[in-house]
Design a protein around this ligand. Structure first.
Ligand SMILES: C[S@@+](CC[C@H](N)C(=O)[O-])C[C@H]1O[C@@H](n2cnc3c(N)ncnc32)[C@H](O)[C@@H]1O
Length: 292
């Protein structure tokens, strides 16, 4: 039996990450897309409490929200789930939104994930897609060096933001480098204590004056147990997306999506049977976008 390296697909944290990513790609339309931790191409859907609260609930409630209903994420997830029974990972989401007009560098250390990415790149007829079974930080740093004149978009989605790969970069270092260099960036972070809300934005904004935006989602509820990022639905757990060097319209599109998501999950039944909410907050350092 194939065991996927990414056990968290389709949970609520993926919903926010992928909804924002699809919105960014649709609006920015980068000619080049590079991802450090790409995971598998697509995942057979699992009907457990976490996915029920994540992608499956999202598809139910999205129909009743104007913003969510017309989101690109909803369209892509619906077509993959109803057509194939698969949940699309971020790389397949990117290929579906951008198509063959863009080129791709997709990195994952796990051989099964890399094989699945290659399979879907072939299946979707992507002619310019390199799958690198190697450390994503080193590969994407080299890609940034090679394309310094024509930057594409970098997506960084790490398990551990501070683990250094063989190239010497951590995921956080690479995010800082991309932001500073003017490259459009999507960076995901998570936490399991309410006091850590938006921690990655706080850290990054102290180090760069590149234009940053952060959309943070925190689960709240009546229980006072500590959060658990692995489950992504326990009160006190949160996750967010930081964008750098994107257009103002992209930021407003993601802000509208985050607000609509929180509204659609108002007083939702959490997997543990208690009621909960999503608190969506945004932060920006107000630096202007454009060549710096
Ligand atoms: C959270 S999953 C990625 C999910 C994917 N980005 C998505 O949103 O659908 C993290 C992946 O990172 C891979 N990974 C861990 N360390 C890595 C590294 N240093 N370089 C490349 N991939 C790595 C794991 O094998 C795993 O598949």
């Amino acid at each position: 039996m194939w065991v996927v390296a990414n056990r968290h697909f389709g949970k609520l944290s993926d919903v926010w990450k992928h909804a924002a990513l699809a919105e960014v790609l649709e609006r920015e339309r980068p000619q080049r897309y590079a991802e450090t931790h790409a995971g598998s191409g697509a995942y057979p859907i699992v009907h457990d409490g976490e996915r029920q609260f994540g992608i499956l609930r999202f598809l139910d409630v999205a129909a009743h929200s104007e913003v969510l209903a017309r989101s690109r994420y909803r369209a892509v997830a619906t077509s993959w789930l109803s057509g194939r029974g698969l949940y699309p990972g971020s790389a397949v989401l990117a290929m579906t939104v951008l198509g063959d007009a863009s080129s791709y560098l997709l990195c994952d250390l796990d051989p099964g994930s890399a094989a699945d990415l290659r399979r879907w790149a072939r299946e979707l007829s992507m002619h310019s897609c390199e799958v690198a079974e190697t450390d994503g930080m080193a590969a994407v740093a080299a890609w940034l060096d090679r394309h310094a004149d024509k930057p594409g978009l970098v997506h960084i989605d790490p398990f551990d933001p501070d683990a250094r790969g063989p190239g010497g970069y951590s995921a956080f270092d690479l995010a800082l480098r991309a932001a500073e260099g003017g490259t459009p960036l999507v960076y995901w972070y998570g936490y399991d204590q309410p006091g850590e809300q938006a921690w990655a934005y706080t850290r990054l904004t102290a180090l760069t004056c590149a234009p940053l935006w952060c959309g943070d989602v925190m689960v709240t509820g009546t229980s006072s147990t500590a959060g658990d990022l692995g489950r992504a639905t326990t009160p006190g757990t949160g996750f967010g997306v930081i964008l750098a060097n994107v257009q103002a319209g992209t930021v407003s599109g993601c802000t509208a999506l985050g607000n609509a998501l929180a509204g659609a999950y108002d007083n939702a039944l959490l997997p543990d049977g208690a009621r909960g909410n999503l608190i969506f907050t945004t932060r920006t350092n107000g630096c202007p976008s454009g060549p710096r």
